[in-house]
Design a protein around this ligand. Sequence first.
Ligand code: DX5
Ligand code: ZN
Length: 220
Amino acid sequence: MIVTKQILTSASLLSSDLANMENEVRRCESAGVDMIHFDVMDGRFVEQITYGSPVLKCVKKITGLPFDIHLMVEDAARQIELFAKAGAELITIHAESSCDVPRCLERIHELGMKASVAIKPNTPAKRAFDFIPQCDMVLVMTVEPGYGGQGFMEDMMPKVAEIRRYADENGFSELDIEVDGGINARTAAKARAAGANVLVAGTSLFGSEDMRALNAALKG
Ligand code: DX5
Ligand code: ZN
């Protein structure tokens, strides 16, 4: 049975005004954004270093919005423990990182959070298939991880459709599919059409004059 999935938005703080994080989170709340996307980079899996669990712990005190943690790190196992303590609701780990992916997904669930696996643009969809029974969500990167503000890779859409089809045909129709990178009103429509239902947006949301209108446009 094909389930019609609820479309959710997740605002990537990386492209917000980080000097005013509380204001930016408030904007997300009043715009009706569903989640906050929290990009964790370690300077090894990707070039940059962003923020970690101590920052999450502070922001959790000022909002009830759920946090969607995107770990772009080599040592995900250690970070999972720290982010659970800091109050994360959902953790994504990369299939390409050096961690023990099945064990990490299991641990995320043991700690009471939702678990997700991400694949980079050069990683085929089938790399995610084995992990799907252990996942609440699969994240298909639509840019190379590392930086906000890049252009959407439309050629990732067949990969989204392939994962959607595989999940539906194998008894995992509840699986969420998230896309991350270059999402705006126009590209969100393509991602939704391919079968994605969780849309990460940084530059487009935080750069918009009317965040509420843009959030509604992303949902279609
Ligand atoms: C890239 C990050 C993305 C990024 C999205 O490595 O994972 O979450 O911040 O930002 P935009 O929407 O600007 O592409
Ligand atoms: Zn991200």
